[in-house]
Design a protein around this ligand. Structure first.
Ligand SMILES: NC(=O)c1ccc[n+]([C@@H]2O[C@H](COP(=O)([O-])OP(=O)(O)OC[C@H]3O[C@@H](n4cnc5c(N)ncnc54)[C@H](OP(=O)(O)O)[C@@H]3O)[C@@H](O)[C@H]2O)c1
Length: 278
């Protein structure tokens, strides 16, 4: 299974779907990530705060696929936003992964009350110049946070990773990101599998396309130009989630899937202007 790619605004290529790894820890986590890579995943999403960079790196190194064929993302935690701490944190992430470089590193949350995200961004920029990171980006950034880092450093992120699923379709943020040439990634793209099959009209869509509710939602992300990073520990589910490149939703179904917003259905209480995640 060859996953198609997008070109980022810095010229690097990124797979159109990835594996989320939140809660894939230890040897079990390592084996789940290794299974996913064997199944065809080439984008793996981890974070310093998931405490599994070690397991993810061990999986990647165990597979015997050339390093340059795997796209590894990690994230800078809120408590490391100070410039000097951020640089050490990035070096530590790379050391934990046991790799020479990261393909993408994101500021995990802007933490605007702490007020150091511009410093953190400068650290990512400088580590990219040192060759430690190929592409740099952000996560959970609202338009005002993006505007600030761009105006203060002159550097536009390649990626913004945000919560997105049919209950939180994020139309305005998607448009804003696209206007700046930023590729949006969707975290919790399946709403943590809490009943996507009960979305209005989903049973008819499953019948029409011969696909599961999860596959239809993943396809909706992809056709929206968004990169979903579904987490699956189960190898059967990992495989099913990759089989989303052999059908196409029509325009009416695409619109219908984004037409049921319910902001109460947020996975974490995550307004990036107030949510501080350290
Ligand atoms: N940037 C951020 O602030 C942020 C925040 C949250 C998450 N993330 C990233 O986004 C990734 C994905 O989000 P998430 O883990 O919160 O939730 P998710 O991917 O929306 O859902 C994961 C859940 O869906 C289940 N699942 C997966 N495929 C399925 C299928 N085909 N059929 C039925 N159930 C299926 C999984 O089960 P099994 O695992 O049991 O197979 C798991 O319980 C995370 O792992 C993490 O890498 C980033």
């Amino acid at each position: 299974m060859d996953v198609p790619t997008y070109e980022l605004n810095d010229g690097n290529l990124i797979p159109q779907i990835g594996l989320g790894t939140y809660s894939l820890n230890g040897y079990e986590g390592r084996d789940a990530v290794a299974n996913a890579i064997r199944a065809g995943y080439r984008l793996i999403d981890t974070a310093f705060n998931y405490e599994n960079e070690g397991a993810v790196g061990a999986a990647i190194r165990s597979i015997g696929i050339p390093r340059e064929q795997i796209f590894v993302t990690s994230k800078l935690p809120g408590r490391h936003h100070r410039y000097d701490l951020a640089v050490k944190s990035i070096e530590e992430s790379i050391a934990r992964l046991g790799l020479e470089y990261l393909d993408l590193h994101l500021i995990h949350w802007p933490n605007p009350k702490t007020g150091l995200y511009v410093e953190a961004w400068q650290a990512l920029i400088d580590c990219q110049k040192r060759g430690l990171i190929r592409s740099i980006g952000v996560s959970n950034f609202l338009p005002e946070h993006l505007e600030r880092i761009i105006s203060e450093t002159g550097v536009t992120p390649a990626v913004n990773q945000i919560q997105r699923h049919p209950y939180i379709p994020q139309d305005a943020q998607l448009q804003f990101d696209a206007g700046l040439g930023i590729r949006t990634e969707a975290w919790s793209p399946l709403y943590r599998a809490r009943g996507l099959e009960t979305l209005p009209g989903m049973a008819a869509l499953e019948e029409k396309y011969g696909k599961s509710a999860v596959q239809i939602v993943l396809r909706w992300h992809i056709q929206s130009g968004v990169i979903p990073i579904p987490k699956a520990a189960n190898p059967v589910r990992q495989q099913a989630n990759l089989h989303v490149f052999d059908f196409e939703l029509d325009a009416e179904d695409m619109a219908a899937l984004g037409a049921n917003p319910d902001p109460a259905k947020t996975v974490v209480e995550g307004n990036p202007n107030t949510h501080e995640e350290m």
